[in-house]
Write a protein that binds this ligand. Structure first.
Ligand code: AMP
Ligand code: GLY
Length: 418
């Protein structure tokens, strides 16, 4: 079978890597891909939002399965276009992807179907939003209602911070004309629960935790994610069963009942609060960088699972007990301004342990080409061993313009040391 993967980051490299292990997959295309992906797949110069070009490519080449990585492709309606053309695609329709693309849609769904989440109100008017925030305890969480590339969420600790954020979102239309969801501030460890979903059928993946802040000790600005690991010893079997039944299964059922059944990966960004597990956000796709530590633990053939989910068939998924821990190497300055085009050395020494997030080939040389550049994974019987291996691999990579966090997994390791 020929498979097309849409996207060109670390998540897509992990998907391509999993497909490369599949005996059912003959040819892998990736649009647009990157320099690392190019070693395992044929990269195709089509952007992720060029829906018609992607559809025509898949039809022309006889692609039997297309897997969508990025949310922008889903929000552009790529799954709708493929389905209308009778092409098999793994990913939700535009209507179902609203669970990620519209915060208000997601919040209303959760309230209507009794899925635990932070209390909230939605506002389109700046003065009303500000008056409401003034009547609530601080900190308060402000979320722009739309896709804002991870920059649409502000945890305001003071009234003046809240005022500035509301002005950005509602008066200056920094992300476009939109609304703001004002949410109660929750506390507790966050974790990511990804499930393969096909209508009412839900097949859970193993859990992972992302690290959103740029620097060690969870300092600095929010990023797309600086590292991840799996499994999570602080989430019990009971927690997991609760999250599966009361959150993920309910959400899948709710989408069917709302007339927009979900097909693809439903990602629960969850928090273990003192009042139980609650939803911070849903995403309509594989998480990045969680996918880079979860798929290496999947023993079942990814192509088989995605075909079954797209066709509405049952699957049994088996997982490897061994831990995975991965560290992002990012360009200095990220998530702010950064330079591109720095040469990366040592990649051959860590082959098999690196996913490319933002790289470009220049002849034989590999250059940095994004904010997040590489994702280095360590495996081991324990998380501590996985971390040692990941750090050892990071040490072999030479580049003058990359930085990384050295405390990935600290939530687990700090506890063990106490
Ligand atoms: P989101 O884009 O909704 O995942 O939000 C980005 C980050 O903001 C999350 O990973 C949390 O760390 C934080 N956050 C979002 N909502 C809340 C909330 N209600 N309470 C506390 N922190 C939150
Ligand atoms: N790791 C968070 C996300 O994929 O949105």
């Amino acid at each position: 079978m020929k498979v097309l993967v849409i996207g060109g980051g670390g998540r897509e490299h992990a998907i391509v890597d999993a497909l490369a292990r599949s005996p059912r997959v003959g040819k892998i295309y990736c649009a647009p891909g990157n320099a690392g992906i190019a070693r395992q797949a044929e990269c195709v110069a089509i952007r992720e939002t060029e829906v018609e070009k992607l559809r025509d490519f898949a039809a022309l080449r006889g692609v039997g399965l297309t897997i969508v990585g990025p949310e922008a492709a889903l929000a552009a309606g790529v799954a709708d276009a493929f389905r209308a053309a009778g092409l098999r695609i793994f990913g939700p329709t535009k209507a179902a992807a609203r669970i990620e693309s519209s915060k208000e849609f997601a919040k209303k769904l959760m309230v209507k179907y009794g899925i635990p989440t932070a209390a909230y109100e939605t506002f389109a008017d700046y003065a009303e939003a500000l008056a409401y925030v003034g009547s609530r305890p601080l900190p308060v969480v402000l979320k722009y209602d739309g896709l804002a590339a991870g920059k649409g969420v502000v945890v305001a600790r003071t009234l003046s911070e809240a005022e500035a954020a509301l002005r950005d979102m509602l008066l200056d239309d920094r992300f476009g004309r939109g609304k703001v969801v004002v949410e109660e501030f929750l506390t507790g460890p966050e974790f990511s629960f990804m499930c393969f979903v096909s209508g009412r059928k839900v097949f859970p993946m193993v859990l992972a935790q992302d690290h959103k802040r740029a620097f060690d000790g969870d300092e600095g600005p929010n990023t797309g994610g600086m590292g991840a690991y799996s499994p999570l010893p602080f989430i019990t079997k009971e927690d997991e069963a609760y999250a599966l039944e009361r959150i993920m299964q309910r959400a899948a059922d709710a989408m069917v009942d709302e007339g927009c059944p979900f097909t693809g990966v439903l990602y629960g960004g969850l928090m273990k609060t003192p009042d139980g597990i609650k939803v911070i956000e849903f995403n309509a796709r594989f998480g990045d960088p969680e996918t880079e530590v979860v798929l290496p633990r999947m023993k079942t053939d990814l192509a088989e699972v995605c075909c079954a989910v797209a066709d509405g068939r049952d699957v049994r998924i088996e997982w490897d007990d061994r831990a995975a821990l991965g560290i992002v190497l990012a360009s200095k300055g990220y998530p702010g301004a950064y330079e591109k085009g720095w040469e990366i050395a040592g990649l051959d020494e860590v082959a098999g342990a690196v996913y490319h997030m933002g790289t470009k080939a220049d002849g034989e040389r590999i250059l940095t080409a994004g904010g997040r550049v590489l994702f280095v994974v360590g495996r081991g019987a324990t998380l501590a061993e996985a971390r040692r291996r990941a750090l050892a691999s990071v040490g072999k990579i030479g580049c003058g313009n990359l930085f990384h966090r050295s405390d990935i997994g600290h939530y687990v390791f700090d506890k063990e040391e106490k």
